[in-house]
Design a protein around this ligand. Structure first.
Ligand SMILES: CC(C)(COP(=O)(O)OP(=O)(O)OC[C@H]1O[C@@H](n2cnc3c(N)ncnc32)[C@H](O)[C@@H]1OP(=O)(O)O)[C@@H](O)C(=O)NCCC(=O)NCCS
Length: 287
């Protein structure tokens, strides 16, 4: 690292690893509380288990970045998810690599460690996919406003449809609530629907993606991040309510992207095109 400090970057696979608590604290400091799972959920997830029901889920990949004193100063998390069709059934062996979180402590930013953590997460995800006989076709992440430049540097881009007037409109992505009341099936007070930027990198080098393909990838995320099993709720009505919230969001996204070709455009390319008079309607987020 710059300044000569030795940094280590490594995947955590042992559920008893004490670094999990440090990672959870780091994520909780950077992201909204309702977005960050407590350590016991992460401990189950890195073994491929759901903390509440014990059922099998995609293995959570957790990367720790440590400084010379072994303090955790950065983390990246993700998973390999099977793409899902409209009925939420897998599509052949096609998968998508989810970038769930990545963060570095302030004083360790812009030193290249984020890139190293991103790369190790990707390599571990590819190895995980190979073990499961899955073929990852893309990387996908829900991204806040000010992380676009970093994700661009890793080959991931925001998605835009070209409108009839030649101008571009970003995919209006809404992240469904991540936490639900077990009795009502409604989002808990600290959780809710959050507008975010979807960012994608296609592994075949494509710079466009069909709306339908994007939906297959988004369903994989919803299935993993947002849908809870019936056993999570105290009654069936609550389970149905939470399902309705997510399927309504999916329907809105389907209307926005079906039949469209989506263009992956970096911030630099947008600025270039804007200087030629082309306009971009960026999706508004709270971040
Ligand atoms: C995103 C984050 C993890 C990047 O980590 P990092 O260690 O600073 O990243 P790197 O040093 O490897 O940066 C790689 C490249 O990304 C781009 N980049 C990263 N941060 C940037 C910034 N703030 N502004 C502009 N470009 C940036 C640059 O091109 C950089 O290369 P350069 O330094 O040679 O110019 C870190 O900024 C962070 O923790 N942000 C807050 C949390 C967050 O928003 N996470 C992403 C949620 S999806």
């Amino acid at each position: 690292m710059e300044g000569g400090e030795r940094i280590t970057i490594e995947r955590i696979t042992n559920p008893g690893d004490p670094r999990i608590d440090q990672i959870q604290a780091l994520l909780a400091a950077e992201f909204k509380e309702a977005e960050v799972d407590p350590p016991k959920v992460m401990r189950a997830a890195i073994q491929g288990k759901d903390n509440v029901t014990g059922s099998e889920v995609p293995t959570y990949i957790v990367i720790a970045v440590q400084n010379e004193n072994d303090k955790v100063v950065g983390a990246a998390c993700g998973a390999v998810l099977e793409k899902k069709n409209e009925d939420y059934n897998p599509i052949g062996n096609e998968a998508v690599i989810l970038g769930a979180y990545i963060t570095m402590e302030d004083e360790y930013r812009r030193l290249g460690a984020g890139t190293l953590a991103f790369n190790l997460r990707m390599a571990e995800a590819q190895a995980e996919a190979a073990r499961k006989g899955l073929k990852p076709v893309a990387y996908i992440a829900e991204v806040v406003d000010n992380s676009e430049a970093f994700i661009n540097s890793q080959g991931g881009f925001r998605l835009y449809s070209k409108e009839n007037d030649g101008n571009y409109k970003e995919v209006p992505y809404l992240q469904p609530p991540l936490e639900y009341d077990k009795n009502t099936g409604r989002p808990t007070a600290r959780a809710g629907t959050v507008p975010e930027h979807l960012m994608v990198k296609m592994f075949d080098g494509s710079t466009t993606i069909k709306g339908e393909t994007l939906l297959e990838m988004v369903r994989a995320m919803f299935d993993y991040n947002n849908y809870r099993e019936e056993g999570y709720f105290n009654n069936k009505r609550a389970f149905n309510q939470h399902s309705r919230i997510i399927s309504n969001i999916e329907e809105e996204l389907t209307e926005a992207v079906s039949g469209k070709t989506l263009h992956m455009i970096s911030r630099a390319d947008r600025e270039n095109l804007a200087s030629q008079g082309i306009t971009f309607a960026d999706h508004t987020t709270n971040s």
